[in-house]
Design a protein around this ligand. Structure first.
Ligand code: NAP
Ligand code: MG
Length: 497
């Protein structure tokens, strides 16, 4: 019997109003059911929003350092459960244990950062233009936060949103991805155990079109924080516009790594293998284009082919596995179709391009790590997000051309350049249009205390992570205190010159 999971609404574990459920399975072994989950709808969302709205009136009055104390306990509980959480995550979404441990660790770091922020949440005091008057701008919570998250970082991304939301005094209605509801449920259990009161955090499982849209369109949800695809992000933006709610969107990417002719090639090789095939290429920051300087192109491509063919595909729970499965059949199909598109467009398949058989892989959604060479910027495999283990290699004659290729995309999340020349590195920092640029490091590897997000169609200008996410989850309130005992008029022209 598969384990039965529930929603958590207004302090109670409950089924969906409709009583319907859906199954979550292991992408490395489709026979294995992780659990059944409520297939919720609008009614469930309505209840969760009502609970969050009521709880907000109490939660906002808890001093921020006390909310921070709860976040510290959350971090401690995550430390204690780290291995169990990582194993659960690998079972439900496939990436290897070292990576799921890293995913949990990012949540732990985010919890402790939030604990510290409880004693900061700085505002400003500013001199008044009048005598006996005090001016300040303070930070206040926004209200009910709708949180909608993807499956590729099932713990880290929800914590990036929920911890700062709570620390700032907001209450939460959380809809995790349908592919990773078990990890999300563990997170909610931890929040409760750490002392988050009833109604402050609510989780509603179910499909994006039903539960996600109901949250986004709900007039009593004051802000929405979403990470996922650009297509869905645009829909969310449109629906949220009808109630003018605040929306943070972290969307797709088509990230590139440049390797110049003066680069340390062995270092650049380690970087691209990790960036392109870590998490089976299913990171928003994954390296999906490699731009090689023409002088080192052939040599580097040969090095890349040899090492890519040595990567071990398999169940992420088994020691020695480098690359796990795709998240589901649809994603495996998407990868397959892009490989066909690449071949039709005239790119050269260097390695991969197939669904592996045998070695226990027949029951999972595996795809061989794939490299295409002779890719030109006009090719679809150079332009569209594939979100799988497929790397497109382009050749450039100069730094200027390499940067132009890198920038030739609708996205702008992460970027990387390998060079030993400091002038070139700084020119790249200046000219690359992306939210994140790495020098001599791969496109993946965000640190939880630094701003995270992208430009162009990767997002709408907000940043998660570090101190910047606290801007999103709080409002500025401007306060004037007049202690003159008289009526002082600030907007009457009494300027003396
Ligand atoms: P997705 O299909 O956009 O789904 C993301 C979340 O939105 C899921 O919880 C999904 O629910 C929900 N959703 C789907 N349709 C919705 C709708 N109409 N209204 C409201 N919510 C809806 O993305 P994904 O395939 O899970 O994740 C991969 C994408 O996320 C990639 O494009 C990747 O680049 C992007 N991503 C970006 C970042 C970043 O920080 N920039 C980080 C990670 C991933 P269901 O699961 O029930 O469908
Ligand atoms: Mg699953």
């Amino acid at each position: 019997m598969a384990k039965k999971f529930q929603n958590f609404i207004d302090g109670k574990w409950v089924d969906a109003c409709s009583g319907r459920t859906f199954e979550n399975r292991n992408p490395a072994n489709w026979d294995e059911i992780v659990g059944t989950f409520p297939k919720s709808g609008k009614e469930d969302v309505d209840q969760a929003v009502r609970a969050a709205k009521t709880a907000f009136e109490r939660w906002r009055l808890i001093p921020a350092p006390k909310r921070g104390d709860i976040m510290r306990r959350v971090g401690d509980l995550m430390v204690a459960r780290k291995e169990e959480l990582a194993r659960q995550m690998t079972r439900e979404m496939g990436k290897v244990l070292a990576e799921t441990r890293g995913d949990v660790q990012e949540g732990i770091d985010t919890a402790y950062y939030a604990a510290g922020e409880g004693r900061r949440l700085f505002g400003h005091t500013v001199p008044s233009e009048l005598s006996d008057k005090f001016n300040m701008a303070i930070r206040v919570p926004v209200g009910v936060a709708g949180i909608v998250t993807p499956w590729n970082f099932p713990m880290a991304i929800p914590t990036w949103k929920i911890f700062p939301a709570l620390l700032c005094g907001n209450t939460v209605v959380f809809k995790p991805a349908s592919d990773t509801p078990a990890t999300a449920t563990s997170l909610v259990e931890i929040l409760l155990e750490a002392g988050v009161p009833e109604g402050v955090v609510n989780i509603v499982h179910g499909g994006g079109g039903e539960v996600g849209m109901a949250i986004v369109g709900h007039p009593e949800v004051d802000l929405v924080s979403f990470t996922g695809s650009t297509v869905v992000g645009k829909k969310i933006s449109e629906v949220a516009a009808s109630t003018l709610k605040r929306v943070s969107l972290e969307l797709g990417g088509k990230n590139a790594q440049i390797v110049m002719d003066d680069a340390e090639l062995s270092l650049a090789l380690e970087g691209v293998l990790w960036g392109a095939f870590g998490t089976t290429g299913q990171r928003c920051t994954a390296t999906s284009r490699l731009i090689l300087h023409e002088k080192i192109h052939d040599k580097f491509l040969q090095m890349l082919k040899e090492r890519t063919e040595k990567l071990r595909l398999g169940d992420g729970l088994l020691p020695g596995t480098d690359v796990g499965p795709c998240i589901n059949r649809d994603q495996q199909e998407t990868v397959k179709s892009y490989v066909e598109i690449g071949q039709k467009e005239g790119a050269r398949l260097v390695t991969g391009g197939s669904i592996p058989k045998g070695n226990g892989m027949d029951k999972g959604w595996f795809y061989a790590p794939t490299v295409f060479a002779d890719v030109r910027p006009v090719h679809r495999i150079a332009r569209e997000e594939i979100f799988g283990p497929v790397l497109s290699v382009l050749k450039a004659g100069s730094l200027e051309e390499a940067v132009a290729f890198l920038n030739d995309t609708i996205y702008g999340l992460s970027s990387s350049i390998y060079t030993s020349n400091v002038d070139k590195a700084f020119r790249a920092i200046r000219d690359i249009r992306a939210g994140i640029t790495y020098i001599n490091a791969p496109t993946i590897g965000a640190e939880a205390h630094m701003p995270f997000g992208g430009v162009k169609q990767t997002g709408n200008g907000h940043r998660e992570g570090g101190w910047t996410v606290y801007e999103f989850f709080s409002e500025w309130k401007t306060v004037y205190v007049d202690y003159s005992g008289g009526l002082q008029r600030a907007q009457i022209d009494n300027y003396q010159g």
